[in-house]
Design a protein around this ligand. Structure first.
Ligand code: ATP
Length: 236
């Protein structure tokens, strides 16, 4: 499960992302060469480093390599974004997401080995277009800060019990949207479905209720991808 993030470059995108991840309860470290960019969001960061991310030593000393995901959020500074991504790749960063402002930049980032490229402006325009023409509940949920969809490992207390027995809706105010088992998803499972060891649950609820639930069972939160998969037809 994803636990810690490094955000490199605290422009509008990087600082918003770092703050949002921190509010969701994740550890976030950040690097920016400009201390003034760090100050406004310092309270959300587990570690803040002033330095030039094109320098491998800066990356190593900041602790970026122990993070599960590194986001290179320098879109406008193309050379800095490319060199930083290349250095991260050579140093063995686990998963690199790079922000691109231009198509050519995205192509080079991909060739260098970034695991995922994001174009925030294009992506948010596409998302807005989808929201404007759709009444899809999952898109509403994604746009709402009050509700979340999370994926969690089923806690051992749930093994061999049916959804009816667990009655999570009544006891914890959460609803199980899907059970993931052996690579497939059982969407909107019947209440007679039992939970097996190794199952993952896709759950929805108010953000506070989900936090209370996860705290009670010592579960790690992970933002659900079910909505994304449904839109793209990946769910079996
Ligand atoms: P925005 O998210 O605001 O659109 P942007 O894509 O325009 O950002 P830049 O303005 O190029 O990206 O950089 C974002 C941040 O990255 C800035 O705060 C800048 O100080 C920082 N930055 C740029 N180059 C480096 C570098 N080599 N090392 C560390 N930080 C850097």
């Amino acid at each position: 499960m994803v636990k810690s993030f490094a955000v490199i470059g605290l422009g509008r995108f990087g600082s918003s992302l770092a703050t949002a991840l921190s509010k969701l309860g994740y550890a976030v470290l950040a690097i920016d060469k400009n201390e003034e960019k760090i100050q406004p969001i310092k309270e959300y960061l587990t570690h803040a480093n002033v330095g030039d991310s094109t320098d491998k030593e800066v990356l190593k000393q900041a602790g970026v390599l122990s993070c599960d995901v590194v986001i290179v959020a320098m879109g406008e500074r193309i050379s800095a974004s490319l060199i930083t991504t290349l250095n991260l790749k050579e140093l063995g960063a686990k998963y690199i997401i790079a922000k691109a402002n231009h198509y050519e930049q995205a192509r080079i980032l991909e060739k260098i080995g970034a695991d995922r490229i994001v174009y925030p402006e294009r992506d948010s325009a596409i998302r807005l277009a989808n929201q404007l023409v759709s009444s899809d509940i999952l898109q509403f949920i994604e746009a709402s800060p009050d509700y979340m969809v999370y994926e969690v490992q089923a806690p051992k207390e749930f093994f061999d019990k049916s959804l009816h027995d667990l009655n999570l809706r009544r006891t914890h105010k959460i609803v199980v949207l899907a059970i993931r088992r052996d690579g497939t998803s059982i969407i909107i499972p019947e209440t007679t479905h039992s939970i097996d060891k190794g199952d993952e649950l896709v759950i929805i609820g108010k953000t506070d209720d989900l936090r209370t639930f996860m705290h009670a069972f010592k579960l790690e939160p992970r933002i659900g991808t079910l909505g994304h998969e449904l839109w793209h037809g990946h769910v079996m």
